[in-house]
Design a protein around this ligand. Structure first.
Ligand code: AQP
Length: 333
């Protein structure tokens, strides 16, 4: 890896990622791997803030690893690894807990949303989730963090924690910048365009999974909630369902929303929805085919994960040593 700048991002192995994850984050993982030294982590430690079935979690980690590989990031610049394989994340998280305020964490909208969703399990991990996220990012000296719009507030907190720590001990951490796509930073649910598309949505009609086949994708797009009109017009406030489909179509075909308006002028929603499904399948089908092939060989995936963890640790440990030294921990000789 000879890139000068570093990128980091994490994705939870809670379910197969959606088209929203792809358009908001994963496609930028790939783009950045052309120019940056990239660390992409399957954040299983984040995933257990919500109760997971152990066997399913293990399967999901391998599936997600295969999918990220199948997206095709430049392998020379990319380290793909599993968060729990690098214990430095947990250690730095503990230290950073002491530089993060209770009030700051209480304001996190994801904590409020998830507490409402999992009212029977509002555990401390759910509350300190953003501190672990700060540790993930800061361990690799990331300059840039490709994320969807929903992670903006957490990234802001990571920056605040880094600045606070640096204010006490000098320039230990790189202060990261978010990279959120202008179009596609928040893909909305197909079943309810007032909510974001979410891979943990109990209603599969709300999302397109990256492993859905062509027929399923087209069927879901055809059923997408729009409005009682018939005009394909980009107006997120008045026509959120149509604007969401236009966003998907625009990104998948490399067009601007205005071009999409012109293309479907006077055609009604039927033909447009089918075209959205076909365009989404066009982007996802080569990734799906590659991922399904990789999933057939779990031993190979496990070897790649081990290599990834070793490469990640080689970068994380010197940063962790610097932090330990900064706060006054005595080195073990
Ligand atoms: N709808 C979305 N549009 C654009 N980007 C999105 N991201 C998530 N949803 C959208 C971005 O994808 C990356 C990985 O996020 P994640 O693993 O936290 O996925 P999720 O689908 O948001 O989360 P889960 O596991 O389904 O848990 P819930 O939904 O319960 O929080 C991030 O960069 C994210 O911004």
């Amino acid at each position: 890896m000879n890139a000068q700048k570093t990128a980091f991002s994490g994705i939870q192995p809670t379910a197969i990622p959606t088209l929203g994850n792809y358009l908001g984050a994963l496609r930028n993982y790939v783009a950045l791997s052309g120019t940056h030294r990239c660390f992409y982590s399957i954040v299983d430690m984040h995933a257990i803030t919500v109760r997971q079935d152990p066997e399913t979690l293990r399967r999901r980690v391998r599936e997600l690893y295969a999918l990220l590989l199948a997206c095709g990031p430049n392998p020379d610049n990319t380290v793909l690894y599993v968060q729990s394989h690098v214990p430095a994340h947990a250690e730095l998280c503990w230290i950073l807990n002491n530089f993060t305020m209770f009030g700051e964490l209480s304001r996190m909208t994801q904590f409020k949303d998830k507490s409402a969703k999992h009212a029977d399990n509002i555990n401390a991990g759910l509350f300190t989730y953003p501190v672990l996220q700060a540790a993930d990012i800061l361990l690799y000296g990331a300059h840039v963090v490709p994320i969807g719009d929903d992670q903006k507030q957490h990234l802001e907190l990571s920056r605040d924690v880094a600045v606070r720590f640096n204010g006490v001990y000098g320039d230990v951490f790189v202060v990261p910048e978010p990279l959120i796509p202008k179009l596609g930073g928040r893909i909305m649910s197909l079943a309810d365009p007032s909510r974001k598309m979410d891979k943990s949505d109990p209603n599969p009609a709300g999302y397109i999974s990256m492993l859905d086949d062509r027929d399923v994708i087209i069927k879901k797009c055809k059923k997408a909630v729009t409005d009682s009109g018939a005009e394909v017009r980009y107006d997120p406030a008045e026509k959120p369902g149509v604007a969401n489909l236009m966003t998907i179509y625009a990104i998948c075909t490399g067009k601007e929303p205005e071009q999409v308006e012109r293309e479907f002028a006077g055609q009604g929603y039927g033909a447009f929805k089918t075209a959205v499904g076909e365009a989404a399948d066009g982007v996802l089908s080569p990734i799906r085919a590659k991922a399904l092939e990789l999933i057939q060989d779990p031993a190979h995936l496990d070897r790649l994960m081990a290599e990834g963890a070793a490469r990640a640790e080689a970068v994380a440990l010197p940063v962790l040593r610097k932090v330990r030294d900064s706060v006054g921990f005595l080195p073990r000789i």
